[in-house]
Design a protein around this ligand. Structure first.
Ligand code: PLP
Length: 369
């Protein structure tokens, strides 16, 4: 049994996640300095957790409507509109992961292209390929800014979507308004959609920066957000997608067949989460950013992250794989930049870790430089 089983063609391009690979290696080591995964180091705040438990005990444990419970959809719309984001409707999805898949399913035909700034979050590439689409990357090195000529040179007749992730995984970049408006200008001119993955929107560290969202400027934007990063609810699998009514409606129909719906109690807890102020947690992440950035900036070529919880330095020698191997010998686990990029010159460090671990990591990083 097994060897002659024919698996689907779509598995051809699928490789196990490069992040998970390193994370699993770290799990086998005693006392690792694990800066591999992008999951916050705090638990779900108590009142949100209690709300989830309350609804489980009350028996709110059955299927919920495919688009999400109406009171949560309403509350998310209010939350986004307060930020000035244009959206007619919203769907609640199993994380941003689920939302992206549904969005690609309703908008992409085989051969359609999605433009993505490089470096990028690894999942985009695979989801697009699974649906027969083609991810097309445009370079943002060395400062991780978006340039109009780079977008234009990547455009084709088949471009359907430009996907922007700000604050960014893996670079920590928060694109300034100017860069977002460049994307909007090209998208409007060519009549293409924008996907805005705003999952890290709570994690912005530089107050002097004007907070802007791409969804404020262009109605043909799908805004993706979720509960995994802001409230530490990654295991409860809850996110949302907001945008034009017709597209959201199609995604609700698609969700009926793909996921059916999302977790019942988690949606009730999410109502409480949306009112729960996380600014003290974000402040602690600003401090973590400072520990790592200040700790390595004189030893590495590195852009100071303005958001999310990642930093993306260039490695000395310019070969991320050999650097990651050297780091592992010191029990330090980071991700090779090639997982997120066509280039192999950088590494991604997640600073979603306890301060004392970050301090140990700084010591090793300085030694390795
Ligand atoms: N988008 C980005 C940029 C991410 O970094 C992640 C998770 O790491 C996700 C989406 C997926 O998040 P979720 O837990 O909501 O599926």
């Amino acid at each position: 049994m097994g060897t002659d089983i024919q698996l689907s063609e779509r598995l051809k391009n699928l490789r196990p996640s490069g992040v998970r690979k390193i994370f699993d290696l770290a799990a086998k080591i005693e006392d690792p300095i694990n800066l591999s995964i992008g999951d916050v180091d705090f638990d779900i705040p108590e009142p949100i957790k209690k709300e989830g438990i309350k609804w489980i005990e009350k028996g709110f444990n059955k299927y919920t409507p495919s688009g999400g419970i109406p009171e949560l959809r309403e509350k998310i719309l209010t939350y986004l509109r307060k930020k000035g984001i244009l959206c007619e409707d919203v769907i609640v999805t199993p994380g941003v992961t689920g939302g992206l898949l549904l969005a690609f399913m309703v908008l992409l035909n085989p051969g359609d292209e999605v433009l993505i700034p490089d470096p990028y979050f690894v999942l985009y590439e695979y989801q697009i390929q699974l649906l027969g689409g083609r991810p097309v990357f445009f370079d943002t090195y060395p400062d991780f800014r978006i340039r109009e000529e780079k977008i234009r040179s990547a455009l084709s007749e088949k471009t359907r979507v430009i996907l922007i992730n700000s604050p960014n995984n893996p670079t920590g970049t928060v694109y300034p308004k100017e860069d977002l408006l460049t994307v909007v200008k090209v998208a409007k001119e060519k009549g293409i959609f924008i996907f805005s993955d705003d999952i890290y929107d709570a994690y912005v560290y530089d107050d002097e920066m004007e907070r802007v969202y791409i969804g404020q400027f262009y109605e043909n934007t799908l805004t993706f957000g979720g509960f995994s990063k802001t409230w530490g609810m990654s295991g409860w699998r809850l996110g949302y997608v907001a945008g034009p009514k017709d597209i959201i409606n199609s995604m609700v129909t698609m969700q009926q067949y793909v996921f059916s719906g999302v977790s019942s109690f988690a949606q009730k807890a999410a109502l409480v989460a949306l009112d729960y102020d996380m600014s003290s947690f974000v402040d602690s992440y600003r401090r973590k950013r400072d520990i790592i950035y200040e700790g390595i900036k004189d030893k590495y070529k590195v852009v100071k992250p303005k958001g999310a919880f990642y930093i993306f330095p260039e490695v000395p020698g310019g070969d991320c794989d050999s650097f990651v191997e050297r780091a592992m010998k010191e029990k330090l686990f980071v991700i090779p930049g090639s997982v997120f990029s066509r280039r192999r010159t950088h590494i991604r460090i997640s600073f979603a870790q306890r301060d004392e671990i970050l301090l140990r990591a700084v010591e090793i990083l300085r030694k390795l430089a």
